[in-house]
Design a protein around this ligand. Structure first.
Ligand code: ADP
Ligand code: MG
Length: 267
């Protein structure tokens, strides 16, 4: 392991000054005054304007915001797919701006689990194969990989009778649970979910959200992005993003009240 995040990972006993204690313990995600400015032919787009965010281990955070507010930009940063124009992002105490592209790729593969709106499973591969896939580049023996995949699938509540089905034979809700198991299999520090219920009917979406809530109860850290307020009811905390700025629930209410109570037309 080249990047040495183990040695830099804060422990609750160390009082590491680089991480603010969150409501449940030291921050896994610690974003400080991050700006992201895109340069395009049309000019500069200031997509994130001084975002600060701490997420504690074992917390289920929802981030809500309208289209164009900066959700994907923030998710790409949290997922180490992009780096800030300015400001810092510490993931488990590790400053990601100091890492090479290879180290970032390794971090993504080992410390982050991604869940997408469109599931992104290999359609003709079996359920087990889809979940084992992220372990391909580890040095775990085959038997251990299988054991981990079965454990992850069991933890999302998928019955074992489906393990050798092709993923394209499953319902949407089952596919998303397989995708969550795939995100879990590497024991990541954080699961990042981008509109994970966006393609599901509300009953199925609720089943998937219950799965996230249960994983949180087991101590997982989850950041979920959505534009649906009902989804946010499942999290511990909701932050709002408007025009590249993060707002707490109270700040959001004040902004909405100042615009006539609906928030419509606000970005
Ligand atoms: P959301 O996911 O909330 O819809 P985004 O993060 O995709 O918002 O976009 C935030 C702002 O940044 C928008 O104004 C968008 O047009 C702009 N933006 C996003 N990606 C790029 C890019 N690669 N180049 C230029 N502008 C971008
Ligand atoms: Mg987006």
């Amino acid at each position: 392991m080249a990047i040495g995040y183990q040695s830099q990972r804060p422990s609750s006993a160390s009082g590491n000054s680089s991480t603010q204690p969150g409501p449940k313990g030291p921050a896994v995600i610690d974003v400080r005054n991050v700006h992201r400015i895109y340069e395009s032919e049309a000019g500069y787009v200031h997509a994130l304007k001084g975002v600060s965010l701490q997420v504690a281990r074992g917390e289920f955070l929802c981030i809500m915001g309208p289209s164009g507010s900066g959700k994907s930009t923030l998710m790409n940063l949290l997922g180490c797919l992009d780096t800030p124009t300015s400001g810092t992002y510490l993931l488990e105490g590790l400053d990601i701006s100091q890492l090479t592209d290879d180290e970032l790729a390794e971090l993504r593969a080992t410390r982050l689990g991604f869940v997408f709106q469109s599931f992104n499973l290999l359609p003709r591969a079996t359920v087990l194969r889809n979940v084992i896939l992220p372990l391909t580049y580890t040095d775990l023996p085959a038997g251990d990989r299988m054991e981990r995949a079965v454990k992850a699938l069991t933890s999302v509540g998928l019955p074992a009778t489906y393990f050798d089905h092709r993923s394209n034979e499953l319902s949407g809700g089952q596919m998303q649970r397989v995708a969550i198991a795939r995100a879990l299999v590497n024991e990541p520090a954080v699961i990042l979910a981008d509109e994970p219920t966006g393609n599901l009917d509300s009953a199925t979406g609720e089943m998937v959200l219950k799965t996230f809530a249960r994983l949180r109860d087991e101590g997982r850290t989850i950041v979920l992005i959505t534009h649906d307020p009902e989804v946010c009811a499942w999290g511990d905390r909701t932050m709002h993003i408007r025009d590249g700025r993060l707002l707490s629930d109270e700040e959001e209410r004040a902004v909405v009240a100042a615009h006539g109570g609906t928030g419509r037309g606000l970005t």
